[in-house]
Write a protein that binds this ligand. Structure first.
Ligand code: COA
Length: 290
């Protein structure tokens, strides 16, 4: 089921048809965060192509998102692993064949699980860095010609985990630090050719795959410690996305838009709640293979 509906256009903050004639290419578009980003873009006039590894999930998401606006086109690009730049290049080719162009890119495909250092094998670390960081690089690499031609814009989905030390998130923190660095450097390299690059760093957003993986017991107890006293909603992420792609942000590049209700400022990351009790046990237990 989509998260947004036509009230996003009729009652929301944004002008209908804001992105008419534009195309957004989204990796991880069937997942929760990137899916709502795609929904917002489609509701506001864009067509979209979503990339995923799982065929059924990606096909269903594309169909659902397309149903949000009459006349919209949302292309499903399943069986694509962002670690493989050739698969992404093929996906870009199909997108241009079906939708004519790519103006906006959301690099959002990500992998995550909770693991302390002792239980994180070298291959596990590499898997997450490859999906999150190399995958983000590959996405821009595959889309570059279109971005250059259309003076497009990129949003990377980052995090706040690397602003301080978050236990059980070594792999993701390292990958997302790299994503921020990648975005900043691209902003500088691409600025002169009219292409913008920014990150969105979501905090605790309710109803997302990330949250169910990272906080399986729920986030109720965390709410009161978030400065704005609530969890984020998927619409908060949609709005940040629309802003960064809209003409309102045409002088904004090399930035990270943190959408977390002020959360990271009070330094409580996933796995920190009972620090260091669980961590001590994990580090003392038998670990993963190398
Ligand atoms: N704890 C510790 N290690 C784990 C793990 C966990 N919960 N889950 C996977 N790993 C390890 C595996 O054991 C393997 O390491 P090994 O070869 O040393 O045993 C390594 O990670 C790769 O796992 P594999 O399942 O082969 O990789 P994959 O490429 O198919 O999957 C992951 C990538 C691991 C990131 C997987 O969690 C995934 O596909 N996630 C996608 C969805 C997602 O995470 N979304 C969250 C968005 S916030």
């Amino acid at each position: 089921m989509p998260t947004l509906n036509e009230t996003y256009v009729t009652k929301g903050s944004w002008r209908p048809n804001l992105f008419e004639g534009k195309v957004v290419f989204v990796t991880g578009g069937a997942g929760s965060i990137c899916r709502v980003q795609t929904e917002a873009m489609v509701l506001l006039g864009a067509n979209a192509a979503i990339v995923g590894r799982n065929k059924q999930k990606t096909d269903e998401a594309a169909k659902d998102i397309q149903s949000l606006r009459k006349g919209s086109k949302v292309v499903s690009l399943p069986d694509v692993d962002v670690r493989d730049v050739k698969q992404l290049a093929e996906a870009v080719k199909k997108t241009v064949a079906e939708l004519g162009r790519i103006d906006f890119v959301i690099a959002g495909a990500a992998g995550n699980f909770l693991a302390d250092f002792n239980h994180l094998s070298s291959n596990a670390f590499k898997s997450v860095v490859s999906i999150d960081l190399l995958g983000s690089y590959n996405t821009v690499k595959a889309c570059f010609e279109e971005l250059r031609k259309n003076k497009g814009a990129i949003i990377f989905v980052s995090a706040t985990l690397h602003y301080y030390g978050v236990p059980f998130q070594i792999h993701v923190g390292a990958a997302k630090a790299g994503v921020d660095a990648l975005s900043n450097a691209l902003a500088v390299e691409f600025g002169p050719i009219g292409v913008r690059s920014n990150c969105i760093a979501p905090g605790p957003i309710e109803g997302t795959e990330g949250m169910s993986r990272l906080a399986p017991k729920g986030l109720e107890s965390v709410k009161s410690k978030i400065p704005l006293q609530r969890l984020g909603t998927k619409q908060d992420i949609a709005d940040a996305t629309v802003y960064l792609f809209s003409p309102a942000a045409e002088f904004v590049t090399g930035d990270v838009l943190v959408v977390d209700g002020g959360s990271w400022q009070v330094s409580q990351g996933a796995g920190s709640q009972d620090y260091p009790v669980t961590l001590k046990k994990a580090l003392a237990a038998p670990g993963a293979k190398l």
